[in-house]
Write a protein that binds this ligand. Structure first.
Ligand code: 13P
Length: 251
């Protein structure tokens, strides 16, 4: 049985005080949520303070990106070691906004994934097709490329610390959620890709989150699908009560 993984991706939102206030409100709302693992991923500047505010709670801290070196002349970048220093257990890698806006390619994302894992972070590794790719009939090719290149070279033992987040780009921030059937179809396809590359045991244990306009009122029907193992939530995770509503839909 895969424990659902419910993560908030706050993207480039919230100053430190607001971030701390949001998790302070969230903690009691989700304190009784025993059936899910919960992660909040604030922006870098709020990590340390949010980590302090989350100490002792059932909500873990995550970051939204990292680089592939420990330290050095990499202006503007941040290392897994620095993230761990703030209290992070998790990092998101390969979000479509990193792929599209910041031109991060499969090879770099694979390097980031492997380096973050080697430094003891857990990773939510994002994949997903654009609307053009879906309508052009190449969705499965895109997902295959992202999975096969993205996860290449992982050891069996790495998979205990990896989740894959399927986030169709057309569903992110648009209010258009993938239907439960569309999500299930993509998740089953992705699980099959992982099985082909790494075997059935790893594929069956791997958590595949869905992301893209998840809200309290659509979370229950999505999580009911057998291959949907949690969520990566943007907009609806910015408010404590709506993120808690998503967590409670999974209980
Ligand atoms: P929304 O929930 O705002 O659609 O964002 C999804 C997402 O990109 C999470 O990483």
């Amino acid at each position: 049985m895969r424990t659902p993984l419910i993560a908030a991706n706050w993207k480039m939102n919230k100053l430190v005080d607001e971030a701390v206030a949001t998790v302070s409100a969230l903690k009691p709302l989700v304190a009784g949520a025993a059936k899910a693992e919960i992660v909040v991923c604030p922006t870098f500047t709020a990590l340390y303070a949010v980590g302090k505010a989350l100490a002792g709670s059932n909500v873990a801290l995550g970051a939204q990106n990292c680089y592939v070196k420990e330290s050095g002349a990499f202006t503007g970048e941040i290392s897994p070691q620095m993230l761990k220093d703030t209290g992070c257990a998790w990092v998101i890698i390969g979000h479509s906004e990193r792929r599209q806006i910041f031109k991060e390619a499969d090879a770099l994302l694979n390097e980031k994934l492997k380096y973050a894992l080697s430094q003891g972070l857990k990773v939510m590794f994002c994949i997903g097709e654009t609307l053009e790719e879906r309508q052009g009939g190449i969705m499965n090719d895109v997902l295959s490329r992202q999975v096969n290149l993205g996860l290449a070279g992982l050891a069996e033992s790495d998979f205990a610390n990896v989740a894959v987040a399927y986030e169709p780009v057309w569903a992110i921030g648009t209010g258009v959620t993938a239907s439960p059937e569309q999500a299930e179809e993509a998740h089953a396809f992705v699980r099959g890709l992982v099985e082909a590359q790494f075997g059935a045991g790893i594929a069956q244990a791997l958590r595949i989150q869905y992301g893209g306009s998840v809200k309290p009122d659509n979370a229950a029907e999505l999580i009911a699908k057998p291959n949907v193992d949690g969520f990566l939530v943007g907009g609806a995770a910015l408010k404590a009560d709506s993120f808690a509503g998503i967590v409670s839909a999974v209980q």
